[in-house]
Design a protein around this ligand. Structure first.
Ligand SMILES: [Mg+2]
Length: 132
């Protein structure tokens, strides 16, 4: 039997793509503390490897500036993955990257937060996108 949509027991696996170790740690602590299952990728290529797999994800939080593949390139590559069509993506950007926000929106990003982000705000956006 397929899991019901928005079942809080299942709809809670998040992929985090972030190249800065200390921000990755902050995100892991925050999301795990809010009872999410969290997989980590330290660059865009690793994020794509996880997205190309069959692992079920309900949301992606990705940094914009990362080695190998940027957040924008991850969005672009995700568009070719038929099993990730409706996967919401929240992008973390630094100040001064507003032009990239436009591109990210065009590529299907659902939300943005500027670093340093408010943990409370991030959790609220995630709950909203997941319908929790
Ligand atoms: Mg970065």
């Amino acid at each position: 039997m397929p899991p019901a949509p928005h079942d809080p027991a299942v709809a809670r696996r998040i992929l985090v793509a972030e190249d800065e170790p200390h921000i990755r740690r902050i995100l892991a602590t925050l999301l795990q503390g809010a009872d999410f299952e969290v997989d980590m990728a330290s660059d865009g290529r690793e994020a794509m490897a996880r997205l190309e797999s069959a692992t079920e994800y309900h949301l992606v939080v990705t940094d914009l500036m990362m080695p190998h593949l940027s957040g924008l390139e991850v969005l672009e590559a995700m568009a070719a993955l038929s099993h990730r069509t409706d996967l919401p993506v929240v992008m973390l950007t630094a100040k001064g990257q507003d032009a990239d926000r436009e591109k990210a929106l065009a590529l299907g990003a659902r939300d943005f937060l500027t670093k340093p982000f408010s943990p409370k705000k991030l959790l609220a956006r995630i709950d909203e996108l997941l319908g929790l």
